[in-house]
Design a binder for this molecule. Structure first.
Ligand code: F6R
Length: 598
């Protein structure tokens, strides 16, 4: 959420920052800005809109620059609210990623002293406090920056460029990485991947750590204590970080297709790590499965499978953890799902559960994340970088991993048969991958999806019904329809229908019914019949055709993975609908890939 990029010690720093922000655009894309030090004046350029759609900008060549691509929290999407924000005398600029939770109180204090605000942002409170703290001194000192940082409530990663050429940056919450090249240039970025074009070595800052760049010297410090520390720069693995669409029109399309290849990586882990986790799952008094958005649906799916395996498991959306936390204790385990490992709601829930003594297992896609650091049983998802804002391969990967752990939890990990059960699971995933490859290349299925998307694109509401193992899939499909096609889709347990929802069914209302060959099939078909009787357009997503379906989307015949199969058609439908409406499926409006604010 919001991206920060900085470059110091290169002749075209403004261009490096511009290009770096384009690589960080997935973090927020409503406006952007770059400030550079031109002799002893800071010059700034800001725009509303996506930086990725801008070819050039007009800052002169500078050797020190800092920039920001914004996902608005406080204040509308305007040029004034875009970062960087400048001190009144132009002596420094600030970029921020986070939320100053006590900004109202701080703003009131500054207003009372006569401070004039230019923007509606919480960021400008940081600028005001820095000006207040500096007093009559010409330059900001490290002590000024530290003392202002300590007054900010919430999690705030900040970057400051001063007119005297100093840079200060502190990470709290959202990631911040310091990069260096062999010639001595220094870079700052919100992720390590975006540094690969500029830097060879990286230092990933931990929460509360900062860096001060003074006369080409880097001083690393703890923002609370002020103590300095020695960095441990690591080489940036440039090859593995290069991200491309590989010939696909969009990252979303590429990532959807990759689902038929990456699930094998998802289930590939050292047996000893799986034994430890499964043993913790089997011993736990309760297992809480946690995540936000799509990740919460993967969590719901795993909880369902765990209950079937005899484990007392409960899904807890991370933003709704408060009422569960006091009930949890050290006999419990939390299994946490996150693509980024940086989701503020999720990591905060984890910290609260940890305070109760709960052990934490996690499945995360991005290497080096905060969530992984917080975990007792850290697992990597290994589906490859997911660039499109909406989760596809990460979500189905998480579901596949949840399935694996629930399958393994049926067997005592100390028994020799555990390894055999694990090998069988891996083979089952291998067979499913082959089915998925066929499914993606089945032209009849793909043209049915294209045709159906044309029928659906003029609808503004839609329902998705599922039960049992397909309930979480129904929620996920509805979310995808909302975020990519902007159709108001609601996912329901089909059992809910006659308790209220059916009142909304009119002639032609699209209702997607997810049907498995399981004990819920008869109930699902009854629900399909009930909505059809009221004129609904019934879209059946199922391994077998049924006369109740107005349109049937066949999915692979594979009972183990039907909850994943039931999601793929909706991903493709929503992609087609977005394209037909002229929307960019990779960057849906108002969203950002990494939700690092609450
Ligand atoms: C939906 C989507 C979001 C994320 C959610 C959690 O397509 O991408 O709902 O699933 O914001 O993000 P992570 O998995 O990074 O914690």
């Amino acid at each position: 959420m919001c991206g920060i990029y900085g470059a110091v010690g290169v002749p075209d720093a403004q261009q490096r920052v511009f290009a770096g922000l384009q690589r960080l655009e997935y973090r927020g894309y409503d406006s952007w800005g770059v400030a550079g030090l031109n002799h002893d004046t800071i010059v700034t350029e800001k725009h509303v809109g996506m930086i990725g759609q801008t070819k050039e900008f007009g800052l002169p060549s500078v050797s020190q620059a800092i920039g920001h691509t914004r996902w608005a929290t406080h204040g509308g999407v305007t040029q004034k609210n875009a970062h960087p924000h400048a001190a009144h005398d132009g002596s420094f600029v600030v970029v921020q990623n986070g939320v100053v939770e006590n900004y109202q109180e701080l703003k009131a204090e500054l207003l009372a002293e006569g401070y004039q605000f230019v923007s509606e942002t919480d960021t400008e409170v940081i600028v005001g406090l820095l000006e207040q703290q500096r007093g009559t001194h010409a330059d900001l000192s490290l002590a000024d920056v530290q003392s202002v940082f300590q007054r900010l409530a919430g999690r705030n990663t900040i970057g400051i460029l001063t007119r005297s050429g100093e840079v200060f940056a502190i990470r709290d919450g959202s990631p911040l990485v310091v990069g260096r090249d062999e010639a001595g240039a220094v870079y700052l970025s919100s992720d390590i991947a975006s540094l690969a074009d500029d830097a060879e070595m990286a230092q990933i800052l931990e929460h509360g750590q900062g860096v001060h760049l003074l006369d080409q010297e880097l001083i690393f410090f703890d923002a609370q204590t002020g103590d300095t520390f020695s960095p441990h720069f690591i080489p940036i693995d440039t090859d593995s970080l290069i991200i491309s669409k590989e010939g696909y029109d969009h990252f979303m399309l590429k990532e959807m297709h990759e689902q038929s290849a990456v699930l094998q990586n998802v289930v590939d882990h050292p047996v000893a790590d799986l034994q430890k986790l499964v043993s913790a799952v089997r011993k736990a008094r309760k297992v809480y499965t946690i995540g936000a958005g799509s990740a919460s649906f993967a969590a719901g799916q795993m909880a369902y499978f765990l209950r079937l395996a005899g484990v007392d498991a409960h899904v807890v959306p991370s933003y709704a953890a408060d009422s569960y936390v006091d009930l949890a204790n050290s006999s419990d385990l939390a299994v946490v799902f996150s693509q980024s490992g940086e989701t503020a709601d999720t990591n905060e829930a984890v910290e609260h559960f940890q305070d109760q003594g709960v052990q934490i297992a996690s499945i995360v896609n991005m290497p080096g994340s905060t969530l992984t650091h917080l975990s007792d049983f850290p697992f990597m998802l290994k589906v490859g970088t997911e660039v499109a804002v909406a989760s596809t391969k990460a979500l189905t990967g998480q579901m596949c991993w949840g399935w694996l752990i629930a399958e393994l939890a049926k067997t005592d990990p100390q028994l020799p048969t555990f390894a055999t059960v694990y090998a069988d699971c891996k083979q089952a995933v291998g067979r499913y991958q082959a089915q998925l490859r066929e499914w993606w290349h089945n032209t009849a299925v793909q043209s049915t999806l294209q045709h159906l998307s044309e029928q659906l694109r003029d609808h503004d509401k839609m329902f998705v019904l599922g039960r049992g193992q397909l309930f979480s899939s129904a929620l996920e499909n509805a979310l995808k329809m909302k975020e990519i096609s902007y159709i108001h889709a609601e996912g329901f347990n089909a059992g809910e229908l006659k308790h209220g929802v059916i009142a909304l069914i009119e002639s032609g209302t699209p209702v997607m019914c997810l049907v498995a060959n399981d004990t819920e099939k008869a109930n699902m078909l009854s629900a399909a019949a009930e909505v059809k009787a009221r004129g609904a357009l019934v879209i059946g997503i199922a391994p077998e055709e049924n006369e109740l379906f107005d349109t049937w989307i066949p999915v692979p015949i594979n009972d183990d993975f039907i909850s994943i199969s039931a999601i793929l058609p909706a991903q493709m439908l929503t992609y087609h609908i977005a394209l037909a409406a002229g929307q960019n499926p990779d960057k849906p409006r108002n969203l950002a890939k990494s939700v690092t604010v609450k």
